[in-house]
Design a protein around this ligand. Sequence first.
Ligand SMILES: Nc1ncnc2c1ncn2[C@@H]1O[C@H](COP(=O)(O)OP(=O)(O)OP(=O)(O)O)[C@@H](O)[C@H]1O
Length: 255
Amino acid sequence: MTYLLEGKQVTKKFGGITAVDGVDFHLKQGEIVAIIGPNGAGKTTLFNIISCFLPPTSGEVLYKGERLTGRKIFELARLGISRTFQNLQIFNNMTVLENIMMGVHIKLRTNVFSAGFRLPVVKRDEELAYKQALDVLEMMELKPFINEKAGNLSYGLQKQLEFARAMAYDPTLILLDEPMAGLNDAETNQMAGYIKELKKKGRSFLFVEHKMATVMELADRIIVMDFGKKIAEGTPDEIARNEQVIRAYLGEEAV
Ligand SMILES: Nc1ncnc2c1ncn2[C@@H]1O[C@H](COP(=O)(O)OP(=O)(O)OP(=O)(O)O)[C@@H](O)[C@H]1O
């Protein structure tokens, strides 16, 4: 079977530290998979390898059966993969609409050559980009803020904007690095609602998250890491009952 995303023996060493140690994982089309684990477990490192921000020391990641490892970061949008960051990466001096348009443009075919010569394809792409941006803003309830500078939005709305920009690529797979970090309960529920809606439309998600209630609510499957290794994998119910997981989080005496 060809998975949407598959990791084979992914390993990353930083000097003497093995941050990710021979991790196998997979994600099927339409699934939501969470990566959890205590601080320093290797989640972010694995996430950065998947999204081609870091090369693994050994092992590889496949997307739709083809090697993703070794690709350039900018190629991912065209392949149908987008990501968000633990530390927000939006353009504060640009408006909400402009931030979203950045996302749409990356996906569209317009290149510097055709833009420079003002070919008809550029005008068509501009119109298409604008329409797609409005659709995403509507879905993410950001339309009232369309001309607001991103830097003036509340933290919750900025997170929503970064998520919206990731969706503007029209991705198949969305990688979310701590999507709920810093959000209050209402904002967390709202973000979870968007993810569930998008799953219904066939999108797949891989996310790293510390908020366990969200993980249990959203994930079809959970991968648990500790000291760089995958120590467990299963449904939320299976993971909640797994002794090795309880030990990793709460210590020996909790089991
Ligand atoms: N660039 C780096 N150079 C050296 N060591 C690193 C580097 N990045 C991560 N590490 C180490 O690798 C290990 C795994 O770190 P990583 O950030 O992947 O864990 P994490 O599970 O994401 O933690 P957190 O939940 O705190 O974000 C840690 O021991 C960390 O100190």
